[in-house]
Structure formats: C-alpha cells, structure tokens
Design a protein around this ligand. Structure first.
Ligand code: AKG
Ligand code: FE2
Length: 487
C-alpha cells in the first residue's frame, strides 16, 4: 500500500471542510416599510357581516398592538396541527400554537418584493444555484402565546421542487420562542426575540433554512410571538414526475469563495499522484435529503434527474465542482435495512443472501452492521409492503452495499462494495468516502416522520454521489478502471 503525502491529506481535509462548514440556514433582521407591519384578520365572510359583530375583520399593527389586539388575534386562530406520516395530529404536548390559514388574513408584506430573495439566493444557495429563480409561497400565520412551542420536526415537502422554508417573526413583545436547528451533528439557535430587540424599527426577523433540517421552537416565556411561514420552491423545476427533467445546465462554477475552495481542494486531491493511484470511485454522502413521491409513479429514473436539479447548498456545489472537472458523477438513492425486526424473516433471509454475495467478492465486511442498497430508483411504500416479491428479488441480484473500514492512508474514509441495482446486471464498485451520509433512509421499519404537515405523498430520501475517476492525469478516463480494485 502506498503512503500518502501530507499535501494529499490536506487536500482531503479541505474538501471535507468545504462540504460541512457552512450552516444550512440564513437569518437576520430585515428593515421593512411601516405598512408591512399591518395585518388584517378575520374568520367571517361578508354574508355574516353585521356592523356590530365583533367577528368582522380586525386591523392590527404589530409595532403598536397592545395585549388586547394580540389576544384577539390569538383567539381567531385554530389550533395548529402537524403531520405524523399520513396522519394529521393535534397534540398539545408536541405542538402548542395557534394558526390561521391564508384565507383568514391579509398583509401587505411580500417577501418576494423584499431583499429576502437576494439574501436567500446569495447565502443559502451556492454557485450557479444563486441565480436560479425561486418562488416564495405564503403558508400560514402562527401565534405562539406564552407556553407555546413546536417540538423537533422537518418541514414536509409540499412538492418535489420545494427546498427551503422561511419564517418571518414580527416585532410584537415577546420573550423565548427561539428556533433551534440541528443538522449533521451540529446545532444552531436563532433567538428572534433577542435580535428584534436590537433592530432599528420598523424591522422583522427572518430565518430561512433547508426544509429537511430538523428544527424546534422553544417555549415562549412571555408575550405573543407572531410569525408568517413560507415554502420556498425552485421555479425552474417541473414537479410532474411523468415529464422527463431537462438536463441540468453546465455553466462553470459561479464565483463564490466557498465554491472555489471546494473546487480547488477536489482538484488538488485528484492531482495528487498518490491518491487512488489506479483510479477508483469517490463517494459523497449528501448533506441533505431530497423529496421523492412515495408512490410507484415516482420510482422511474426521472426522479433522480429531478433530485439532481434540486441539490441544496454544499450538495449542489460538489456536483458543480465535479462537472467543472469533467468527472463522471452519478447520484444514487441510499436505503438501509440494518435495523431488522426479528419478525421479518424475509428480510433476514435477504440480508444473509446479500452477505454471501458480498463475501464471495472478497471483501471483509463487518457483516450485519450496515447493509445498504444503492439504487437509481426509489424504493417506494408499495415495494416495502411487498418485500417478499420485489425487495428480495433485488437482493438476489446483489443490490447491496456493505461498508467496511477503509485503509489507514485514506484517513478514515470508508470503502464499500457497491452492487448496482436493478435489472440483472451487477457492478461491483469500491468507493472511497469523502463524506459519509448523515443518515440512511430505512426501509425495514415503518418510519414515523414528524413534519409540520401531513405527508402529501412526497417523502425525503437519502442520496449519495459517486464520482468515478481514472488514474492521476487521466481522472476523466474512468471507464478503463476496474471498479473492484484494491486501494
Ligand atoms: O416559528 C418558527 O420559528 C418555526 C415554525 C415551524 O417550524 C413550522 O411552522 O413548521
Ligand atoms: Fe417547521
């Protein structure tokens, strides 16, 4: 085994850092026009209107509203529900807050007419994505009274092109209610009450984050926290799974220091003669998860094309860097079935068949630790219930992926055997992992997903990027490299 020079190890470190360093959100305060702080709200329609009725629409100014007006707003709200898979749940121990649907309020504040579009594109999106058209859709008004909160959840994808969420917090008197985000083992806190207290009026506080980032609203300890929430979509992605997605555009990586850092680290790594001297495959477990339709209609290969155009933040950057270097980069959905229930003999049998075929190819996996399926198609709910017939069938074709510890010179990069999925072809590939995915989409146990909304058929799936490279100096020439080489 060849030894690796310090500069190669440094390039690898820089590559990893550029993928994991940047937080998955952007937040701050936004100066607004005085009129942006006006809200009209009411539940009755005009036919019910009587001049003396207390239920006709009320006008409220967030900057000056006293407790009486805010209480009236709170009383006009319904209890906010949330989604656990396909169920809509009202549960005060998980989410305690009031909500108004868009039919019951109106505000002059429109994020698409503010600097927020610029901020979101410039800070949350990366490289060439920073110029893509986005659409910010108003979703709900929420009121968090004293004692209100929302426990950890991810925002349910409303469609295949939704990638982020926006929360705007208005300057009403309140304390507590900080938003805590967690992703990839890190945690960030955005205390909107605190930032609003030091912002020059009239201002609102905002935070926009990738919707698959777990987040939680801590209890409000005083006053009323009033928010508008929005769903953010790419406006250039077609959601119809039956339409073939257009090819991504191949613009050069836009000038961004973050993108440049990643590109130069990847280039340095691949230029190093001692890194994968015979060629091989680099694996990037993507930092984010992506929405696919949870029904058989989306299991066509088009769904990966759509994901390709939806990549978020560092995930988009790594694909752009590979494209800029003319590398062969392919996306795969990743599923695990390591947490088997003992009551599922079909899976146990499938797993041991997979182990057998893996050891037959000469690797020393820690069998049973982690078995993954890498596929170009989604494994949909329909298949999960037909494990016996379809899933097991695929296993028989060797569609599993076992992770073993990598050679020391790769500094803890894991290598793996990848059997291509589907049909009857099978391809062995040994992958050197630059980043191991944050998590795997489990297919063997019913997964309870806490969302802010009932699942609408879209579900999040883990994805990885496998980049095949040839020998140093000929990294683009991957097709003359056998994929089952020793590293
Ligand atoms: O109010 C917030 O800061 C976040 C609310 C939220 O997570 C949601 O409505 O899904
Ligand atoms: Fe949320």
């Amino acid at each position: 085994m060849s030894s690796t020079t310090a500069s190669t190890i440094d390039a690898l470190k820089r590559l990893r850092e550029s993928l994991t360093r940047k937080p998955p959100y952007v937040s701050g305060t936004l100066p607004v026009q005085p009129d942006d702080l006006i809200l009209f709200f009411g539940k009755e329609d005009i036919s019910q209107y009587q001049p003396t009725s207390p239920s006709c629409a009320l006008r409220l100014n967030y900057a000056t509203a006293g407790l009486g007006r805010l209480d009236a707003l709170s009383q006009a709200c319904d209890r906010a529900s949330f989604g656990v898979d396909n169920q809509t749940v009202l549960d005060d121990t998980y989410r305690k807050a009031g909500k108004l649907d868009t039919a019951f309020f109106s505000t002059p504040f429109v994020p698409e007419r503010s600097r927020l579009v610029e901020v979101i594109r410039g800070s949350l999106l990366e490289g060439k994505d920073a110029t893509r058209p986005i659409h910010i859709e108003l979703y709900k008004l929420n009121v968090y009274d004293e004692g209100s909160f929302f426990k950890p959840h991810k925002d349910t994808p409303r469609s295949g092109s939704m990638f982020a969420s926006l929360v705007v917090v208005f300057p009403t008197l309140h304390e507590g209610g900080a938003l805590v985000l967690r992703h990839g083992g890190e945690e960030w806190t955005f205390d909107s009450a605190q930032v609003l207290a030091s912002a020059a009026p009239p201002s609102v506080a905002y935070i926009s984050f990738f919707s698959d980032v777990e987040h939680e609203v801590l209890p409000v300890t005083k006053g009323h926290r009033v928010t508008l929430t929005y769903n953010i979509y790419y406006a250039d992605v077609d959601d119809d799974p039956n339409l073939p997605a257009a090819l991504p555009s191949m613009d050069p990586l836009a000038a961004s220091s973050h993108g440049n850092m990643l590109l130069s680290a990847l280039k340095d790594l691949l230029d190093a003669p001692d890194f994968l001297p015979k060629g091989g495959a680099l694996g990037f477990g993507l930092r984010h998860v992506y929405p696919v339709l949870a029904d058989p209609g989306d299991s066509m290969s088009g769904s990966l094309d759509r994901v390709r155009r939806l990549l978020k933040g560092p995930d988009a950057l790594v694909l752009q860097a590979c494209t800029a270097l003319d590398l062969d980069a392919r996306l795969y959905f990743v599923y695990s079935f390591n947490k088997r229930t003992p009551t599922d003999p079909a899976l146990d049998e499938a797993a041991s068949a997979a182990s057998l075929s893996a050891s037959a190819s000469g690797f020393h996996e820690d069998l049973g630790q982690l078995s993954l399926i890498m596929t170009e198609q989604t494994i949909v709910e329909h298949d999960r219930f037909n494990m016996e017939s379809s899933f097991k069938q695929r296993i028989r074709w060797g569609s599993t992926w076992h992770v073993e510890k990598g050679p020391p010179y790769l500094m803890g990069i894991r290598s793996a055997v990848v059997y291509n999925f589907g049909d009857e072809r099978s391809l062995d590939m040994k992958v050197s992992w630059v980043t191991v995915p944050n998590s795997w989409t489990k297919i063997s146990q019913p997964m309870l997903v806490y969302g802010n909304e009932t699942s609408l058929g879209w579900t999040y799936v883990n994805v990885c990027l496998v980049v095949r490279v040839g020998q140093p100096g000929r990294r683009w020439a991957w097709d003359d490299v056998p994929m089952d080489l020793d590293m």
